[in-house]
Design a protein around this ligand. Structure first.
Ligand SMILES: N[C@@H](CCC(=O)N[C@@H](CS)C(=O)NCC(=O)O)C(=O)O
Length: 228
């Protein structure tokens, strides 16, 4: 059998789905090489990267010639392809369906709602030099609060991790999204002990990989704080 080359992942760690994938790779020990794609420098729009992903987005994975986009699909592929602990993406149909249930919901709830707060509070003002649009930010925060309510009642209401008794790829996607507003100094879990306990459980389960993946986000927060 031909030997497999390490998985190549194209990431910018300021991107939430990239961090989720990075944590999974660090925790599972799947042999991989990280190729940095700096979005702020437009490296996702080069001809080489566009050939890899015509949508010009990160993350992208290449595994022995097989190119895959979409963090959710990439993480599940890695769990299927490599010998990783089962809890990341359980094989038992009902338990797997719970992970799929969350990840389907994630892309129209947690992901856009947390990302919008970061975009309005950090990204747009830094790109345009304009002040934060407070009215839009208030609406975005309110939508995010509804999502956080649902995360607590629907998912964490029944178990310690989002999809069961152990950590799965769903927790990684969610926690990396909910950390993003911290770049603007906003801890969206601040007044939510249930979510805080869940975040602590996730951090304990993944160890140093959590802070390694978030170092770039912490640096954004510190740079902003220094300017205030
Ligand atoms: N649904 C995709 C989202 C990917 C995505 O939106 N990536 C953003 C960074 S978080 C990106 O590459 N944006 C670059 C651009 O749109 O120019 C996933 O989960 O992988």
């Amino acid at each position: 059998m031909a030997t497999r080359r390490p998985v190549q992942v194209y990431l910018d760690l300021l991107s939430q789905p990239c961090r989720a994938l990075h944590v999974l790779l660090s925790c599972t020990g799947v042999p991989h090489t990280v190729r940095s794609v700096a979005l702020r420098k437009g490296e996702n729009r080069t001809p080489e990267f566009t050939k890899l992903n015509p949508m010009q987005k990160v993350p992208v994975m290449e595994d022995n010639g097989f190119v895959l986009t979409e963090s959710d699909a990439i993480m599940k592929y890695l769990c299927n392809r490599y010998d990783v602990p089962e809890h990341w993406y359980p094989r038992q149909p009902e338990r797997r369906a719970r992970v799929d249930e969350y990840t389907a919901w994630h892309h129209t709830n947690t992901r856009p709602h947390a990302a919008r707060v970061f975009i309005l509070e950090v990204l747009l003002p830094s790109q345009t030099g304009s002040p934060v649009d407070e009215a839009r930010l208030i609406r975005a925060v309110s939508q995010l609060e509804d999502t956080l309510d649902q995360l607590e009642s629907m998912f964490l209401g029944r178990q310690p991790f989002l999809c069961g008794d152990d950590i799965s790829v769903a927790d990684l996607l969610a926690v990396c999204e909910l950390m993003q507003p911290l770049g603007g100094g906003r801890d969206v879990m601040e007044r939510r002990p249930q979510l805080q306990r869940w975040r602590s459980r996730v951090q304990a389960a993944v160890g140093e990989a959590f802070h390694q993946a978030h170092a770039v986000l912490y640096a954004v927060r510190e740079r902003r704080q220094a300017k205030l």
